[in-house]
Design a binder for this molecule. Structure first.
Ligand SMILES: [Zn+2]
Length: 277
C-alpha cells in the first residue's frame, strides 16, 4: 500500500518536473543551435582548422606543355622611357609577367575548349568553395603507372567512403605532383595517371559534381583528350596541376579555389587550398 502511494507521488510530482526540464533543455539547445548558424560561428570553426595549399609556386622554369612555352618574369618598366622601376629610384617595383593562361596550377573554364562555353569571369562565385573528395589512385599505379580511373574504381571508393556528394569537387590523387620541382622531366611524362571518360561522365551526370581536378597537366591521355573535351564541352571546369592532395582525407574537407577575372578569360593560374575537417 505504501509502495503504491509512493509511486503515485512520484508520478504526480516528478514527471511534470522531468517534462519541464526536458522542455527547458530543448529550448536552450535550440537557441544554441540558432547561434551556431551565424557566420561568426562558422568562421570560428573554419579558422581553427588546418589549411593545405593545393597550389604549386610557378616560375619561368617550371613544367609547361611545350606547345605553350615557358613564362617570363621581367622588371616592369616605364613604357615611355623603357627604364625598369626600382625601389631605390621609384619607391616600388613590380613584375611584368608574360605567360600562357594555362600555366602552373591553373583553371580551365569551359570556354578553353567550347566555342560558347563559360569564361573565367562567368563562373559563379559559389562554385569557388565546395566539398572536396579525393580519389587516391596511388595503389592502382603500382600495377599500372598510367591507370585511368574507372567507374568501378569510384564504386569501390564509395563502398568505403559513401556516395560522392552532389555539388562537390572531385580530385584525383596520383602523387605525380611530387615530381613537379624535383624531377620536372618525369612530371611531364606521357602517358600519365588520368580520368577515364566513363568516370568523368559518371561523376558529373550520375553524382552531380561541380568540378574536378588532378595533378597532371591534362585530364586524360587519349589522342583527342576525350575526358577533357567532354567535360569542358558540357559546361564544367577543372583545376590542373594540383599539389598536396596526399595531405587531404578522402572526404570531409572543403576546397577554396580562386583565380583572376580577365574579361572573357580562357584560363589562368589559380590558387586552391583545402580546409581539413
Ligand atoms: Zn589545362
Amino acid at each position: 500500500m505504501k509502495n503504491e502511494q509512493a509511486k503515485k507521488i512520484l508520478s504526480s510530482r516528478l514527471l511534470p518536473a522531468l517534462f519541464l526540464s526536458i522542455a527547458i533543455a530543448f529550448v536552450v539547445g535550440h537557441v544554441a543551435l540558432a547561434e551556431d548558424t551565424t557566420l561568426a560561428a562558422a568562421y570560428k570553426i573554419i579558422s581553427s582548422k588546418q589549411f593545405i595549399d593545393l597550389t604549386h609556386s610557378f616560375s619561368p622554369i617550371t613544367p609547361v606543355w611545350k606547345g605553350f612555352g615557358q613564362a617570363n618574369f621581367s622588371a616592369a618598366a616605364d613604357p615611355e622611357t623603357g627604364r625598369p622601376y626600382t625601389i631605390e629610384k621609384d619607391g616600388f617595383r613590380t613584375f611584368f609577367y608574360s605567360l600562357v593562361g594555362q600555366y602552373g596550377t591553373h583553371i580551365d573554364p569551359p570556354a578553353h575548349f567550347a566555342p560558347n562555353g563559360q569564361t573565367l569571369d562567368q563562373i559563379p562565385l559559389k562554385q569557388m568553395i565546395l566539398p572536396l573528395v579525393i580519389f587516391d589512385m596511388t595503389r592502382m599505379l603500382m600495377k599500372d603507372p598510367s591507370h585511368a580511373l574507372t567507374v568501378e574504381d569510384i564504386k569501390i571508393w564509395e563502398a568505403k567512403h559513401g556516395r560522392v556528394p552532389s555539388g562537390s569537387f572531385a580530385a584525383l590523387r596520383s602523387d605525380m605532383s611530387k615530381d613537379w620541382s624535383t624531377n620536372p622531366q618525369r612530371f611531364k611524362r606521357y602517358p600519365f595517371p588520368a580520368w577515364s571518360l566513363q568516370a568523368i561522365e559518371f561523376l558529373y551526370e550520375d553524382r552531380g559534381i561541380v568540378a574536378n581536378g588532378h595533378e597532371s597537366m591534362d585530364t586524360d591521355t587519349t589522342p583527342d583528350l576525350k575526358s577533357e573535351r567532354w567535360l569542358l564541352n558540357h559546361g564544367h571546369w577543372q583545376i590542373e596541376v594540383m599539389a598536396n592532395l596526399d595531405k587531404v582525407p578522402a572526404t570531409g574537407a572543403l576546397i577554396v579555389v580562386s583565380w583572376p577575372k580577365p574579361e572573357h578569360g580562357l584560363g589562368f593560374p589559380a590558387r586552391a587550398f583545402a580546409i581539413l575537417p
